[in-house]
Design a protein around this ligand. Structure first.
Ligand SMILES: [Zn+2]
Length: 499
């Protein structure tokens, strides 16, 4: 069996998606889950991009010991130095350098001749190699580059010590057969190619990222770049779950290949990334969409009951989708504990007591408690450690013909405060009342509300992004009352600023 190295770039290319920004702590939370999932490489960010990025990569490098942790750098000394510095604590560091090789990029982006680019590739690989033994080199826009020049650059990078050559279809322009020829050509025309692993990095602009990546594997690539839920720049990257499950499911085609991914962790990883980025997974998304394993047609349902393979090519349990167990008012502590354990939520003893209390409160408000409700509850409790402010109560008067007014009572730095404010809407009124208490002037950058589960009594999950003194933080809050969820989300973000 030949191993296909899974290079996850959710925290770099994925996080680059407009509106997906994650805090360092959230990045670490995702990195831990990627470790459980069993990816080989975690690209944690672009260290030179911002101090926040640098901090996040350092944090991941310090805590993640099983996987290779990778930082991205342009072919610039300051970038490579920053990548090296951010990865100082990593057990298995990798520096990923990139340099555009296509005529379009050379002419309009760099205004440089091919010879200068070739020299730069050599110098930068050499420099990076002085810092780190594991270097990955990407000729950006490779699929639109002149072949002979591309071969020369690749040969030079390998000669200077690059161990992995990553071929990016940067603009998502290629198609499977073309990628197959490109990889074969590289194998046949780069004399020292046997000293490096060929990798593939595909974007989904024409919806072919996964197909292109798989085609590259069949042609000889042994590393795939991918992201959870396929998030990334523009239309996104090749999706990890689709790649891994295609290799696993089509044994007739990919029988010689394997990945180290524990597929049972796929669903949980997908939902974690979705919750933290605020990017919902569309219901028809392959592998992880809500409808991916649902059968509506009666004929299908009937056949499935007789024999699953009639209409189902994969078992949902293989990707970690369990049948929903619905808990309610009469469910005991034991049932709750068992379900939390099944969901993979590890909690300390004292936390379990609080969660059980919160569970009972919630069961009073809504009849059926689904897995996602429990996950939201557990998440709130695990994040609740150092709270500078906590919600005591809110009272809101609102309507279509009056100015909304909120009275908010919170515990702030161990004292109870209560303030009133009007606002453009009830949420705005609550936030203004909180600002009066904390005296923190925060700008609300985004506000998102979604229902955690189905039904009119579903809990609402609010995610806010606020900015104060140049710092951007996010906050989340869940409740059956959306105004309470909104207030909690705002306080969650304020807590991050205060701490
Ligand atoms: Zn990319």
């Amino acid at each position: 069996m030949e191993k296909v190295i899974v290079f996850d770039t959710t925290l770099r290319d994925g996080e680059q998606a407009p509106g997906a920004s994650l805090t360092s702590e959230q990045k670490l939370e995702v990195a831990y889950q990627l470790q459980n999932l069993g990816v080989d490489v975690i690209e944690a960010g672009f260290p030179v991009a911002s101090p926040d990025d640098f901090k996040a990569i350092s944090l991941v490098a310090k805590n993640i010991k099983k996987n290779i942790v990778c930082g991205l750098a342009r072919c610039l000394e300051k970038d490579i130095k920053a990548a090296h510095d951010s990865l100082k604590k990593a057990k298995h560091p990798r520096i990923h350098i990139f340099l555009a090789t296509s005529k379009i990029h050379l002419k309009y982006k760099f205004k440089k001749a091919e010879k200068e680019i070739l020299d730069l590739a050599k110098r930068s690989t050499k420099l990076a190699r002085n810092y780190c033994s594991d270097i990955e080199f990407s000729p950006e826009d490779a699929t639109r580059s002149n072949r002979d020049f591309l071969f020369k650059v690749i040969e030079a990078a390998i000669a200077e010590g690059a161990r992995t050559i990553n071929i990016p279809d940067t603009v998502g322009y290629s198609y499977p057969q073309e990628i197959h020829f490109l990889i074969s050509d590289i194998l046949n025309n780069v004399p020292n190619i046997n000293k490096a692993v060929i990798s593939i990095h595909c974007h989904d602009d024409l919806g072919m990222a996964v197909a292109n990546s798989l085609s590259a594997v069949l042609a000889g690539a042994r590393q795939v770049h991918c992201t959870i839920n396929g998030i990334g720049e523009r239309a996104g990257n090749a999706s990890l779950e689709e790649l891994v499950m295609a290799i696993k499911t089509r044994k007739d085609v990919f029988g010689n290949f394997k990945t180290e991914v524990n597929t049972k962790e796929i669903f949980r990883t997908s939902r974690l990334v979705s919750r933290l980025t605020g990017f919902l997974v569309s219901p028809n998304k392959a592998i992880v969409g809500e409808n991916a394993f649902r059968h509506e047609a009666g004929i299908h349902q009937d056949a499935i009951l007789k024999k699953r393979i009639t209409y189902e090519i994969m078992n949902p349990a293989e990707v970690g989708i369990r049948s929903q167990l619905v808990l309610g008012k009469h469910s005991g502590r034991h049932a709750l504990l068992k379900r939390l354990k099944d969901l993979g939520l590890k909690l300390e003893e004292e936390k379990i007591n609080t969660i059980f209390e919160r569970f009972k409160e919630l069961a009073d408000k809504k009849k059926e408690i689904f897995d996602d409700d429990l996950i939201a509850l557990a998440e709130e409790e695990t994040r609740a450690e150092k709270k500078a402010c906590e919600l005591v109560s809110i009272r809101i008067v609102t309507g279509t013909d009056i100015i909304p007014e909120a009275s908010v009572k919170i515990k702030y730095k161990r004292k109870i405060y209560q303030k009133k404010s009007t606002g453009d809407g009830p949420v705005d009124a609550c936030y203004k009342a909180i600002d009066k208490i904390t005296k923190i002037k925060a700008k609300l950058l985004s506000y998102k509300l979604e229902a955690i589960t189905k039904g009119k009594d579903a809990q609402g999950l609010v995610r806010v992004e606020i900015k104060t003194k140049g710092k951007t933080v996010t906050g989340r809050g869940a409740s059956t009352d959306i105004l309470e969820a909104s207030t909690k989300a705002y306080l969650d973000a304020i807590n991050k600023i205060v701490s």
